[in-house]
Ligand binder design. Structure first.
Ligand code: ADP
Ligand code: FRU
Length: 304
């Protein structure tokens, strides 16, 4: 049986309005389109992985409201396993994002609410049968100590199995205000660090960011930084800088750019490529190609 790629983190509902022009405050205008879709970095990444042909599992928490039922149906539609998810019955509400996408340039403005959302706990994670997985990816949620605990658990498991049965780990360090993430660079084999994070820590360029932050990563690991329309850079286990340009989508007349979840798509494609044994350069290029294609479509449904 092919082993799964597990993605741990958030599933939320994105309520998207597509606008002609970015709105002025206190204005009243009609939008070009609106729709609901699954959101949350982990949910997006797990669905893209499945579309690209991986056996994909999402691990996160569900509420008991109608939005949670919608999300479960979506995961089923994308053939993403959710059998180990936790349902929280404490009357919590599914986190929601209001997203404004600008048809002119594809920008996405996200207004998210997920206060006090119950995250996956190590007690729960440690019940998983780790023999089922070849790769486990964590979204850098606010529960930083718990993420570290779960990654250490995988490290301990890896010591007990043959080299080819080891699970590869990755962690996305994206949000600039989650200070605890600063201490997690040495906890995974692959670190994805965001443009916003790199800029917020005072680095001037993507190259400087990955080269300096690589010093915080553990031996034998790699650090990746996607950077919008400039593509992506990385430092690999060889200590060298690697890069890929972006692949802008070819838009037909009337078709809009949409960058929502481009980063989550990049991560999925990169992980899939690396999990198949492809090189760092191949994975960077594939990540940028798939993320670029996503920018030329509404949602992710054309990626399969
Ligand atoms: P996010 O803001 O969703 O985290 P990024 O801006 O870091 O995502 O972009 C992730 C990847 O998506 C980039 O590495 C690039 O390959 C692709 N991408 C994003 N924006 C564009 C764009 N305007 N044109 C082409 N590719 C893009
Ligand atoms: C995109 C995304 C959205 C979600 C938001 C949460 O990367 O996952 O789907 O609303 O970010 O921060």
């Amino acid at each position: 049986m092919t082993k799964r790629i597990l993605v741990v983190g958030l599933a939320c509902v994105d309520i998207i309005s597509v606008v002609q022009d970015y709105p002025e405050e206190d204005s009243d205008q009609r939008v070009l389109d609106y729709y609901w879709q699954r959101g949350g970095n982990a949910a997006n990444t797990s669905c893209v992985l499945s579309l690209l042909g991986a056996r994909s599992e999402f691990l996160g928490t569900f509420a008991t409201d109608r939005e949670a039922e919608f999300l479960k149906e979506v995961f089923q539609k994308y053939n993403v396993v959710t059998e180990n998810c936790v349902t929280n019955t404490d009357n919590v509400k599914t986190p929601t994002s209001i997203v404004i996408t600008n048809s002119k340039n594809g920008s996405r403005t996200i207004l998210h609410h997920g206060k006090n959302w119950p995250e996956i706990k190590p007690e729960h994670f440690k019940k998983l049968d780790l023999t089922q997985y070849k790769w486990i990816h964590f979204e850098g949620r606010p529960s930083c100590d718990d993420i570290k605990d779960m990654l250490l658990w995988i490290d301990e498991y890896n010591k007990t199995v043959d080299k080819d049965a080891r699970i590869r780990t990755s962690l996305e360090i994206e949000k600039t205000t989650r200070i605890g993430l600063d201490n997690l660079f040495d906890t995974a084999d692959t670190i994805f660090v965001s443009k916003d994070y790199v800029k917020s820590r005072g680095y001037k360029t993507k190259e400087e960011g990955v080269q300096k932050l690589y010093a915080k990563c553990r031996e034998g690991s790699e650090i990746i930084c996607p950077w919008g329309e400039e593509g992506a850079v990385a430092v690999g286990t060889d200590g060298m800088l690697h890069s890929s340009p972006a692949f802008p989508p070819k838009l037909s007349p009337g078709q809009n750019m949409e960058t929502l979840a481009a980063g989550d798509t990049f991560n999925a494609a990169f992980i899939l490529s690396r999990s198949k044994g492809q090189s760092l350069n191949e994975a960077l290029t594939f990540g940028c190609q798939v993320a670029g294609a996503k920018c030329g479509m509404k949602g992710i449904d054309g990626l399969d």
